[in-house]
Design a protein around this ligand. Sequence first.
Ligand code: BGC
Length: 714
Amino acid sequence: MIDYKDPKYTSTERANALLSLMTNEEKVGQMMPLAYKFMTREEALEWAKKGLGSYLHVLGDNADELQRTAINETRLGIPIIFGIDCIHGHALNEYATVFPTQLTMAQSFDREAMRKCGRVSATEVRCDSLHWTFSPVFCIGRDTRWGRINETFGEDPYLIGELGAAIVDGYQNNFVDNSCIMACAKHYIAYGESVGGRDAYDSMVSERMIRETFLPPFQKAAKAGCKTYMTGYQSVDGVPMNSNRRLLREVLKEEVGVDGFVITDWANVRSLIENQKVCDNFEDASRVSIDAGNDMIMQTEEFYDATLKLIENGQVDMKHIDDSVFRILKAKFDMGLFEHPFDKPDRSKICCDEHVAVDLEVTRESMTLLKNDGVLPINTKKIRKIAVIGPNADDLEAQYGDWSCGAANGHRKPATSMLKGIKKRAKKVGIEVIYKKGCDIEKPGKRGFDAAIKAAKESDLIIAVMGDYIELNGEYKSRATLDLPGEQTALLMELKKTKKPIVLVMVNGKPLCINWEAENMNAILETFNSGMVGGTAAAEILFGDVNPSGKLPISFPRTAGQVPVHYNYLPGWHGGKYKDIEEGPLYPFGFGLSYTTFEYSDLSVSKTEFTEADGEIIVTAKIKNTGKVKGTEIAQMYIHDVVGTVMRPVLELKGFERVDLDAGEEKTVSFTLPIEELKVVEQNLEKALEKGDFEIMVGGSSVDLPLMTTIKAV
Ligand code: BGC
């Protein structure tokens, strides 16, 4: 007989041994995470005694108290997993490191930086007794009206998969020590595709499209060993994800193969009854949720009694319950929770210098220069006075973005607003900075215009810091319009009349339709939600200490009516044109300027004809820094499958590398192209390599691909 407490056995052996000892009540308890903030302390302790598997959003001493109760006051002493939304840093601790949001960090195209950020966040979260984050988001962000665009890595499945897998690896780090946490790939699947960009609606996508576009990032998560997956709020083709047996149990769990477990999103079981109306009571909703493949049921207390009743009446397949509980227990054993339930890193790690340095490094890489007529970097000899103007110049909440839960109010030394960053840097070279807010985003009005115009007239340069604010981004915060909100453009128009050069620094959660600004500003720096050290990084770029290297992970529409406007669209007769606007996005995917220039040459491929057995193709090219300053280029490799049995996207990103180059330096960049990436999901839903030509293109953005060659599958 295997003793489940004995670490000499494998996690699988221990989980099976423990499962065989459990009562139905103990099993159902393990399947439930409840949110601490919605109960009294006493209720939470009661649930711990009943053997609750997990709690959400509780930390430190409160979590430790529950853990002690679970271990000492339950028959089997199964430890609890504490989960949190550590989305871009540990948001429940206002002293923790706040990274840029996922969309912001995606501009870095930097896998290693993602891994490092994952490591930092995991360590800080573990300090507070937490073991699990509901991150990263593997959703594809194509409809920019959607409120949760800021949580995605942008619009491209390849980029999302690569960066997401890297951060998963950073969080989990093979559970080698007490600084590791479980990741959660969410929200399964096609959640961002919800019709009209409305949150938690229906995603009208076929299974073929799911397999071709939306599944690959989750496959990369599974390959990276991601322990948990979250079921989306929405429905796919009229079937709520929570009851979608086909996509959840059959495709994700059985076919992709998940070594871990699936958790529903918040109260999804209740939603089957109250919103989606496919069930009319909790027993039914619990039954279909279990049957569909959900292992943990988030925040639905009714699940406990309902499921026990289902078991008693033989209305639920006990095999499914056992499989779910096994998966949960195995994850707890894999994490070492039975051996070290209270083990945590030293608290001095929270926002330590080393972590702030990781944050600053990624933040510098996560800003994209969209326009520059030469006004940047700031000429510190000529410019003696700068007017910083705009509602987001001194607004940490807007800068931090969604899921930072009050961190902007935290007492944190490194926290640097755009204004603070610019002031500090300007002071070093004796430049005077004056600040006027000019207008408010939430409360429109022109009262602040005069003071802002006066400040502008007295200065040599205007840095306008504008964008959106927290109420226009996040869950249930979709927008029907995508313009710069409030009076911001009106203020810019007035400032333009002063004839002073204007640099626009954007602080916002998603691409905005900044057509007038694109025409009329001298320079535009997109910083999205750059987190705690955003002001430092932006100032370094504005003053030329750091050469901007970010590229857009998402296309910028010209108007909301143009979305989706992603680069990897399917070809068609009309080419996606509209009569009343210019064709194509305002700023395309992969685009971003530098203070230097790069030249590409010498494209070569390891094979011009290939079969599946070749495994991969190596693509190389030379890149030269042809400018006067050192810089980093994000070299991008795209493919185009020339003819397919189903339509092929006009372009597909399949490789990217960051290349650091001194002025005049040339390097060879190498991309590995797995043959798997060239496969097509055919009409029968099977993936196959189809014979024929593939164009391979390399360059600096989806619209700037100077190198091209053709390879052939034979
Ligand atoms: C969100 C999830 C999140 C969960 C737990 C839900 O409302 O959709 O992304 O992980 O809450 O806080």
